[in-house]
Design a protein around this ligand. Structure first.
Ligand SMILES: *Cc1c(COP(=O)(O)O)cnc(C)c1O
Length: 354
C-alpha cells in the first residue's frame, strides 16, 4: 500500500444504534416524496441497463433551474465525489489545498490521497477565516475549499467577506464553494454562490440532493462551474457510470415544481426547528453559534463558558436514546430532526447541563 494510507484517519460516519433517534449525519427525517419514490421504482425496472454516464436529462433540468448552459454543469456520485474529482484534477505531489478547520471531514482525506499537502486554516469564532485563508495562498496552491455554511459548525460567511476573498485569490487557483446546506440558509447577507459564476471564472459551486432533498442514500450531487473547462475536468476524472440511473431519475423528479414546493415546506420546518432548538439550548446555558444549516454545534470546552465535554455529552445523549456526532476534543454536531426528536434531544441536553 502507498505509505500515505497509514497516515489517514478513516472517515467516521455518524453512528446508527437500532431504536435510537439518529441526529448524527445531517440527513432529513423524512423519506422521499411519494412521487419521487414512484420514479425510483420505475427507474429500477431498467436496472439491467447502464446509466447515462453524463446524466444529460438531469443536467438539462438543472440548466433550466439555474438559467445556465449545460456545459457548466456536472453531476456526481454525491458532491463528496465531486470534491475528490476536483482535487484529483488540480492537485498532485507537493501542491497545496487550503480549507478551514474544523470543516468537512472528507477534505483532508481526499487531499492526502491525491498526494497534495493540506493547509488547514483555523476557524475564527467557529467560522471560516477568509482573510487568513487568502494570506495562506502560495504559488503551490491549486484549490481552496470554502464550506458555506460550514459543516460541522453551521456558521456562514457573508457575501461581502466572500467577494473580498475571491477578489484576492489568484484567478488560476480553483475555489470550490461547497454549498451542501445552501437550501437552509435564511440570512440574506450570505451570498448564493451561483450568483457569482459570471463574476469569477475560477469558482465551482457544489450542491447535493443528500440534505434538503432527502436522497442521501442514493448518492447524487452536482456542480456549477464558472468555466466549462472545470466541468470538463470533473467529467474526465469521473469513475465511468458513477451516478446511477435510479439516482438520476430521483433527482430529476425532485426538481419538478410540485416537488420543489413540498421540499421547501420541509426545509421551512427544519429552519423553524433550528431556531427553537438554538433558543432552548441557549436558555439552558449552552453557547450556540448561529447556524444557517440543518444542524447546530456545541463547542468542546469549559462548562462555565457554555461549552461541553464532547465525548461525555455524546455518551450522555446516547444513554438517553439520541445519537449525535461527536468530534472528540472539538465539539458536538446535532442534526435538526422532527419536533418530537428535537424534544427528546433537548430534554437530554437540559439534564446533561444540570
Ligand atoms: C454532506 C456534505 C456533502 C456531500 O454530501 P453527498 O452526500 O456526498 O452529496 C458535501 N459537503 C459537505 C460539507 C457536506 O456536509
Amino acid at each position: 500500500m502507498r505509505p500515505v494510507l497509514a497516515s489517514l484517519p478513516s472517515y467516521v460516519p455518524g453512528r446508527t444504534v437500532p431504536g435510537s433517534i439518529k441526529l448524527a449525519s445531517n440527513e432529513t427525517a423524512y423519506g422521499p416524496l411519494p412521487h419521487v419514490l414512484d420514479r425510483i421504482t420505475e427507474a429500477a425496472a431498467d436496472a439491467n441497463r447502464y446509466p447515462d454516464t453524463n446524466s444529460s436529462q438531469l443536467l438539462q433540468a438543472l440548466a433550466a433551474k439555474f438559467g445556465i448552459g449545460i456545459e457548466h454543469l456536472v453531476a456526481g456520485c454525491g458532491s463528496v465525489s465531486l470534491c475528490q474529482q476536483l482535487v484529483q484534477a488540480t492537485a498532485g505531489q507537493d501542491d497545496e489545498v487550503i480549507f478551514g478547520w474544523r470543516s468537512f471531514e472528507a477534505y483532508p482525506i481526499i487531499t492526502a490521497i491525491s498526494g497534495a499537502r493540506a493547509v488547514q486554516v483555523p476557524l475564527r469564532d467557529q467560522a471560516y477565516d477568509l482573510p487568513a485563508m487568502a494570506a495562506a495562498v502560495t504559488d503551490r496552491t491549486r484549490l481552496i475549499f470554502v464550506c458555506n455554511p460550514n459543516n460541522p459548525t453551521g456558521t456562514a460567511v457573508s457575501g461581502v467577506g466572500l467577494t473580498e476573498f475571491l477578489d484576492e485569490v489568484p484567478s488560476d487557483v480553483l475555489v470550490v464553494l461547497d454549498e451542501a446546506y445552501r437550501e437552509f440558509v435564511t440570512d440574506e447577507k450570505v451570498q448564493d454562490g451561483t450568483g457569482l459564476l459570471e463574476r469569477y471564472s475560477n469558482i465551482i459551486v457544489l450542491r447535493t440532493f443528500s440534505k434538503a432533498y432527502g436522497l442521501a442514500g442514493l448518492r447524487i450531487g452536482y456542480g456549477l462551474a464558472a468555466d466549462p473547462a472545470v466541468a470538463l475536468a470533473v467529467r474526465q476524472t469521473q469513475v465511468p457510470f458513477a451516478v446511477t440511473h435510479v439516482a438520476q431519475a430521483a433527482a430529476q423528479a425532485s426538481l419538478e415544481p410540485e416537488a420543489e414546493r413540498q421540499l421547501a415546506d420541509r426545509v421551512a420546518e427544519v429552519v423553524a426547528e433550528r431556531s427553537r432548538v438554538t433558543g432552548a439550548l441557549r436558555a439552558a446555558g449552552y453557547q450556540v453559534p448561529d447556524s444557517e444549516a440543518n444542524f447546530v454545534w456545541l463547542a468542546d470546552g469549559p462548562a462555565e463558558a457554555g461549552a461541553v465535554d464532547a465525548v461525555a455529552f455524546g455518551a450522555g445523549c446516547e444513554q438517553r436514546g439520541v445519537i449525535v456526532r461527536v468530534f472528540a476534543g472539538s465539539g458536538v454536531r446535532i442534526t435538526i430532526g422532527t419536533a418530537a426528536e428535537n424534544d427528546t434531544f433537548l430534554a437530554a441536553a437540559a439534564e446533561l447541563r444540570g
